[in-house]
Design a binder for this molecule. Structure first.
Ligand SMILES: C[S@@+](CC[C@H](N)C(=O)[O-])C[C@H]1O[C@@H](n2cnc3c(N)ncnc32)[C@H](O)[C@@H]1O
Length: 291
């Protein structure tokens, strides 16, 4: 994908604006916050040496051959020798007695919880009846959410730095209480087809959710990107053990395409607020596990 198209997708997803209406410098700044080492003009190539040990001059001359590459590809190329696994090791389950006041309460897990504010709000509303676990791959967000949980003196919430795709099952099966609710709300889109494997919801995670969910447990999925919502929907619609909620709860209305008309959580996620402010629609489905 050409860089301009990448910027366009990035800006329309994260800022609700196209690259043509978004100042280039601001777009570049936004992109560098997404990809820390990205520099559209590649100034690091002119410095003495590169991370891979390839002389900068060589990379600079290679630059001409790399112009067709996207910025994430260029970053991968420069940092290839770091061989980062991006948290490919499943997270260790904590001592649940240490992290929750009562680790036998029904558990809600938010996969890709971002800032964690949604869970903090829910945990505050439901003390002593539910526990809340946020799984997030960005460690800084996890640390900040834990500080907030402590500030609020909540003993029914915990945040874990974990790649949910590979950690969910191990974590949830070690939890002493039942798994009552799982949410995957506005997951990262990873637009390019060859990056779909980076999407958080993969078949093993779907299987793990179905295996560990209690009878009558629920799954909520949502996205402001139709393609991503459809990808998740297709994976859950085909699970025999799940029924869509509108079949059992007539107050949960769907449009003609089967998307829920309203948010059943009582609060919007941060991404949801941004998306709706930008005029985007949220596509959501909510499932109930039958025995
Ligand atoms: C677009 S944000 C949405 C955050 C929040 N759910 C919301 O709706 O505001 C997606 C979040 O999922 C996290 N994420 C992506 N892949 C993940 C993974 N494999 N495991 C855990 N979190 C992940 C990202 O770091 C990011 O914070």
């Amino acid at each position: 994908m050409a860089l301009s198209r990448f910027l366009q997708l990035h800006n329309s997803y994260y800022h609700g604006t196209s690259s043509s209406s978004f100042p280039k410098t601001a777009a570049n700044l936004a992109l560098s916050s997404l990809i820390p080492h990205f520099s559209p003009s590649l100034p690091s190539f002119s410095r003495s040496c590169t991370a891979s040990g390839v002389p900068a001059a060589q990379l600079a001359s290679d630059h001409h051959h790399h112009q067709h590459l996207t910025s994430p590809e260029l970053v991968a190329l420069e940092y290839a020798d770091l061989n980062l696994s991006y948290k490919l090791v499943p997270a260790q389950a904590p001592d649940w007695n240490q992290v929750f006041g009562d680790p036998t309460l029904p558990l809600t897990v938010d996969i890709g919880c971002g800032s964690g504010r949604l869970l903090l709000w829910l945990a505050k509303q439901n003390p002593d009846v539910r526990n809340y676990l946020g799984l997030e791959i960005r460690q800084k967000l996890v640390k900040r959410a834990e500080v907030w949980a402590k500030d609020l003196s909540l003993n029914n919430i915990h945040f874990l730095f974990a790649n949910a795709t590979i950690s969910f099952k191990q974590l949830v099966t070690s939890y002493p209480g039942p798994l009552m609710f799982v949410s995957i709300l506005c997951p990262d889109p990873h637009f390019k087809k060859r990056h779909h494997k980076r999407r958080v919801l993969q078949k093993p995670l779907v299987d793990a959710i179905i295996d560990t969910l209690m009878p009558d447990g629920q799954v909520l999925i949502q996205s402001d990107v139709l393609e991503v919502a459809l990808d998740m929907r297709n994976q859950f619609d085909e699970v025999e053990a799940l029924k869509h909620m509108d079949a059992v709860n007539p107050t949960l209305l769907c449009d003609s395409e089967g998307w829920l008309l309203s948010n059943p959580m009582g609060i919007r996620t941060e991404r949801e607020i941004h998306a709706e402010l930008e005029g985007s629609r949220i596509y959501r489905r909510m499932y109930l596990k039958q025995i």
